[in-house]
Design a protein around this ligand. Structure first.
Ligand code: KG4
Ligand code: ZN
Length: 354
């Protein structure tokens, strides 16, 4: 079908400024096969086929198994999203897909499917950055939210503080020097004998614990906005192993609480510092770790003392989903960006700003 890209560009240009755009988005960057349909900022359907039960027995995501399961699930997930939204594919204005960052084989399943789907329907395809998608989940929950704001991004693969200047304009201020926050939650959970994914399990265990285990504060003299989670994670692992070797009982709830407090305080302090330093009155939280109740509560409390408002998405929009990808595609269309070529490829690692 020659001229698909040129026709797509012209169609997208004509869509700029329209508030009722019907977008079908696909997300397959990790262990969730997801498809959503949105009309503007309204979510008509948001289907997620999670592979958590499959990967649980390995203690984490096995990339090859994730890819195979995406292949098996994707067609059914897309049909279900269309049926639930009561939208015929021909009526869609465009298709969107996550092209990076994520597991290459997993991303490839979504990208290949979305390309074929858009091409067959002769609709434009928008290529979306997964992290910008996490940020854009907030516009679904708060359609009145507008940049500029400081964004704290915390997921299984990324931890960063950024200044969001426009709907598709994100500037990195600081990021993790080693592990991501979610990765640290998952690894600490494993050493405490908790199932994957560890974040929600640590949160639950911490509810009955005390902040009583002394753990290091990484980069504590750092005045910038960078993080480090590897030292904190190792300190917890050493604490648990040393106690085991000595045959001492540990209070797992206290370990969970002490780790969660350190891990979260590091993030909220950096986000607050960034807001104060840049004179920004809004902080937005995004990514899977944004589901953490201590993070949500503590960020809101600290920011309120400085007259700063805090936003975070509802739980279902914090962890990986496709509605957030549709929301970012909408942003990109409004900015006249993101029209994919025939040769669009999946990319394992892209900068947050891409
Ligand atoms: O954004 P996400 O769904 O996937 C990636 O893009 O990585 O984030 C998944 C991460 C996992 O590491 C998971 O343990 C963490 O988010 N997570 C949480 C909570 N819920 C999910 N971490 C802390 N507290 C939670 N309640
Ligand atoms: Zn994610």
């Amino acid at each position: 079908m020659s001229g698909w890209y040129e026709r797509s560009r012209a169609k997208l240009e004509a869509m700029r400024g329209r508030e009722d755009l019907l977008i079908l988005a696909i997300e397959s960057s990790c262990d969730e096969t997801a498809c959503a349909i949105t009309r503007g900022r309204e979510v008509l359907s948001n289907v997620i086929a999670s592979q958590i039960d499959i990967h649980k027995r390995y203690g984490g995501v096995v990339p090859e198994i994730a890819s195979r399961n995406h292949v098996m699930a994707i067609s059914g997930v897309v049909s279900e999203a269309l049926a639930e939204a009561k939208v015929e594919a021909e009526r869609l204005d465009c298709v969107a897909v996550t092209y990076g960052s994520g597991l290459l084989g997993a991303l490839l399943v979504g990208v290949s499917f979305a390309k074929a789907f858009a091409y067959a329907l002769d609709k434009p395809l928008i290529a979306v950055n997964h992290i910008k998608g996490h940020i854009a989940a907030n516009y679904l929950a708060f359609p009145q939210l507008t940049p500029p704001y400081i964004c704290l991004i915390a997921s299984g693969g990324h931890t960063a503080v950024a200044k969001v200047e426009g709907l598709d304009d994100v500037r990195l201020l600081g990021s993790t020097q080693d592990d991501a926050a979610g990765e640290a939650f998952d690894k600490v959970a494993r050493v405490l004998g908790l199932e994957y994914p560890g974040g929600p399990k640590i949160q639950q265990l911490a509810e009955t614990g005390k902040d009583a285990v002394r753990l290091p504060t990484p980069l504590k003299d750092e005045k910038g906005y960078d993080f480090s989670y590897s030292g904190l994670k190792t300190a917890v692992i050493n604490y648990v192993h040393t106690a085991e070797q000595k045959g001492e009982e540990i209070d797992r709830a206290d370990v969970a609480k002490s780790f969660q407090t350190k891990a979260v305080d590091m993030m909220t302090d950096a986000a607050l510092r960034a807001a104060i330093d840049t004179g920004t009155k809004k902080i937005v939280i995004a990514g899977g770790v944004a589901a953490n109740s201590y993070l949500r509560g503590s960020m809101t409390e600290k920011a309120a003392k400085r007259g700063i408002e805090v936003y975070y998405p509802p739980l279902k929009l914090c962890t990986d989903n496709a509605a957030m990808i549709a929301s970012q595609a909408y942003n990109m269309i409004m900015c006249g960006r993101g029209c994919a070529h025939e040769d669009l490829d999946a990319v394992a690692s892209i900068p947050i700003e891409a």
